[in-house]
Design a protein around this ligand. Sequence first.
Ligand code: PMP
Length: 385
Amino acid sequence: MKGSIKQRFQSRLAERQSQALYRQRPLVSSPQAVTMTINGQAYINFCSNDYLGLAGHPKIKDVVCKDKAAGWGSGAAHLVTGHHHYHQQLEQALASWLGTERALLFSTGYMANLAVQQTLMQSGDVIIADKLNHASLIDGALASSADFKRYPHLDYAALSRRLASTEQQALIVTDSVFSMDGDLADIAHLTQLADQHQAWLLVDDAHAMGVLGEQGRGSFSHFGVMPAADHILMGTFGKAFGTSGAFVAGSDLLIESLIQFARPFIYTTAMSPLNALATLTALELVQEGDQLRARLKANITQLRQGLADLGMPLLPSASAIQPVLCRDAAQAVSWSEQLKTAGFWVAAIRPPTVAQARLRITLSASHQPEQIAGLIEAFAQLTKQ
Ligand code: PMP
């Protein structure tokens, strides 16, 4: 009905508010770091994805500030005049590091996930996805013209049955580290299922790249498998790399097809060349980052131990993502507010993003043991109430 949009928005917003589901954008006025100024107040930040603490790294800032010759803007899409030699260098460095034929940059991971699924799959094909995949993978599947089926989280027996019972060309799609639960898909098992059923496999390594595997090469390396021709690796730079943007790594055939046909690649401005330069430096820091990864691991162990001792409901996650389940959205919001009062910024994640409301703690190599001890103590105060 004409004129109904305004009313629809008003009632949807009111509903969100009444269910303690209203989303806010906290205003950050400090560099991205463990100690952050948010809405004018200093907090210890426990919800950034800056897993290795590279977002504010001086080497990255220096390299960008020193290059006065390159402009900030790319000025156009890659296929027009936006493809700069820093983009090219980064793509080549990623492919040789990961052991794939080629890699292709995207402005965001969201767009990379749309691009792969839209381009690879067509009507008559089927995308078979883990039930807890990231929203961008779900949106990518829905935006492709293939059928879309989901298997229960990490249930590879169910996935195997589905693959065995279809004649359709299948693409298996999974997060490696799941963004809201922090647990890990079994990439070795998935590559084996894909090969057995002549399916392709897309792995979203957003939360694994830089953190897992030899030199931080991600989940394939963690499981000791090399990506084969019909395995596709998507990684993002906005997390452990501390910059922004994303890439897809895979066969020459895949990358050439994405360049020719992927609308989220073709019809968008290329990322800043200086962001590509910053990411090249971040890649070096990731490669030599074993000490950072060891610090992150120690931080994860300290937090899990402390919260388990308090009897907090944790999930089986060995990653930097450590959710604490809450009774409902109202409790998640109330706990998050109380932690803020104690000086800790921890995000409350609520439906519809997740089925069960939770506090989602993320750790960084930059957290100091006493900051983690402080957070555990703040949880102890919460549980006393
Ligand atoms: N995949 C996963 C698993 C993610 O967590 C995210 C970001 N939250 C994305 C993809 C999207 O990446 P980007 O932020 O670069 O769009």
